[in-house]
Design a protein around this ligand. Sequence first.
Ligand code: URA
Length: 230
Amino acid sequence: MRLDRLLCQHPQWSRRHVLTLLVQGRVRVNGAVTPDPTAEVRPFDAVTVDDQVIQAATPAHYLMLHKPVGVLSATADPVHPTVMGLLPPDLAEQLHIGGRLDRASSGLMLLTNDGQWSRRATAPERRSPKTYLVTLAHPIHPDTERVFAEGIHFPFEDVTTSPAQLERLDERHCRLTIYEGRYHQIKRMFGRFRNPVLALHREAMGTIRLDSALAPGQYRPLTPEEVASV
Ligand code: URA
């Protein structure tokens, strides 16, 4: 919300009064004098006028979680356990998921209460890489690298996937980097070769890598560098 609009919500001040407070340098955002009425203020910012707290900062949370196989990327489900069930309830109720994984997939999930941040982390136009370890039912077809690098057309959405990179690890295992997160994307990509995906594990999103110290089901806060990388 704009700073002037936030201040105008205060019953004590008219718009003219608010502009005067700003010009007089009496308004601080996170401790810094902010005279710009159009400055964007987020729930994570503290706003004061002189010593009066107008808005206390809501703590921002950024977590990485090692999603186990069999757990749903959802807030609540009548049948299956959910990733939110792995967190303390008072924390879980504040958070949302940045980038889902299928129930049968495992690996890195990002959770936050910062909607702008999670939108940046997952926006397809940012072409942020996501890296997966893939286990396949059959040997990887020799044309796979070429076809994935050219992009695969999904008729249902009428989109072509961004060029993806495949690194062969052995006959049935590879590391695959994709740049968007469409529904069942990797399963559908290998579906072109009639090669079922037996296991899928997300290792990284952008430059954030799943911490090898986290066992399935465990989580930790992101470091300031990891948060800033998005
Ligand atoms: N692609 C899939 O098919 N499933 C996932 O969970 C992630 C990417």
